[in-house]
Write a protein of this length. Structure first.
Length: 390
């Protein structure tokens, strides 16, 4: 009995140990499975993360390309805006030309001149055609459209019909420091050709150009030596600074007898260590426009000179009364076709050839052909009748 109990206890112990071993093996097996699952999940997550990084890189590249395309589109839009603004400006200017063309063509007979294609030659002509035009920039063609040079853009003061032509020296300009006569020299570049400007001057009743010189111990003339002058359209030196008398050195204060020194004709000629100025308007049409400015005797450090040149201003229209007396008068009233014309001479009608491809100031503009007797004269001739027999 005792032996049986012993065997039973031993069997139970072995059974318990076996269960423990089995349980331990099951636990170990379960842990290994869990590790495998975790490693598998880790690999899957790692793969997904790598794919995500790759996709993100692709998206970044695509975003970069899209951003570049957007910037390029913005630039193209800006270019289109600029082009559109330019087209609008050009279209607006063309509208003005077309409007003037229509107005001048419709009113040519009333105005008393031929308009060719309708483009006015001066702002005065444009104002005559339509007094309601506002002051602005317009196209005109002083030497005649279809003849000579291309039309020019000018500023028109339509309150009075004044034509204004600007240049590169309208702002106050310091002449610096130098000693010799004319050691400072500046050429004036106008916003129109000399031919067109000369034609405008010939067509206009009057033209003028203002000039001012601010000085400090900087005389225009000193002890009989001319240190400063300007050049006319032909390049000839002139030292009158106001009016139309080119025979003497003078300024506006000299004309008005109001100079700081009554013995001088210009304020600046006093050579005084104080701020002075001379200003005036050149009104001699034959000398306009001013083509160059020249100044000197500003060497001392305390000396200074500042020049300011105004726009060329032309107004009015040369009036031709009765029959023209020259090719110039024919041109002034609008003729542009070169050929033979009858003009009123001193005692009788004369025949001249007018070359309107040139300006009135050019040699060969008018060629005298001879006299033309326009009075009726009796002419005698005889006739006879002959019968033809067949």
């Amino acid at each position: 009995m005792a032996a049986s109990s012993h065997y039973t206890s031993t069997f139970v112990l072995i059974f318990v140990i076996a269960l423990g071993v089995v349980a331990s093996d099951q636990k170990n097996y379960s842990a290994e499975e869990d590790n495998k699952v975790l490693r598998k999940d880790h690999e899957a997550l790692k793969s997904q993360f790598e794919n995500f990084i790759q996709v993100q890189g692709q998206f970044s590249k695509q975003f970069g390309r899209l951003n570049e395309e957007v910037q390029q589109l913005k630039l193209k839009i800006q270019e289109q805006d600029l082009l559109l603004a330019s087209c609008k400006s050009q279209f607006s200017q063309e509208e003005k030309v077309l409007a003037l063309d229509s107005l001048l063509n419709n009113g040519a007979n009333k105005m008393g001149f031929e308009t060719k294609s309708g483009l006015p030659r001066t702002c005065h002509e444009a104002r005559l055609a339509n007094p309601s035009l506002t002051s602005d920039v317009y196209w005109i063609d002083p030497d005649g459209q279809g003849v000579g040079e291309d039309p020019i853009q000018v500023t028109c003061d339509m309150s009075s019909g004044i034509t204004l032509i600007g240049h590169n020296s309208e702002s106050p300009t310091n002449v610096g420091h130098c000693l010799d006569p004319g050691c400072y020299s500046k050429s004036i570049a106008y916003e129109a050709s000399l031919r067109q400007i000369s034609a405008l001057i010939e067509l206009s009743e009057e033209c003028r150009q203002s000039i001012k010189y601010d000085c400090y111990s900087a005389p225009l003339e000193f002890n009989g030596v001319v240190y400063s002058w300007w050049n006319n359209r032909d390049g000839q030196a002139q030292d009158y600074w106001s009016g139309n008398n080119n025979a003497t050195h003078t300024c506006q204060c000299g004309i008005q007898n109001s100079c700081i020194d009554s013995n001088l004709k210009c304020n600046c000629d006093a050579d005084a260590p104080m701020s002075l100025y001379d200003e005036g308007e050149i009104t001699k049409k034959e000398d306009l426009p001013i083509s160059r400015l020249n100044f000197g005797r500003t060497a001392p450090e305390a000396s200074s000179g500042v020049h300011t040149l105004g726009k060329l201003k032309c107004s009015g229209q040369r009036v031709v009364n009765g029959m023209p007396t020259s090719c110039t008068e024919l041109w002034q009233i609008g003729h542009v076709l070169s050929g033979l014309y009858l003009i009123r001479g001193v005692s009788q009608v004369e025949t001249v050839y007018c070359d309107f491809s040139q300006l009135p100031t050019s040699q060969g503009f008018q060629t005298w052909i001879g006299f033309a007797d326009v009075k009726s004269t009796a002419v005698y001739f005889s006739t006879f009748k002959e019968t033809l027999t067949i």
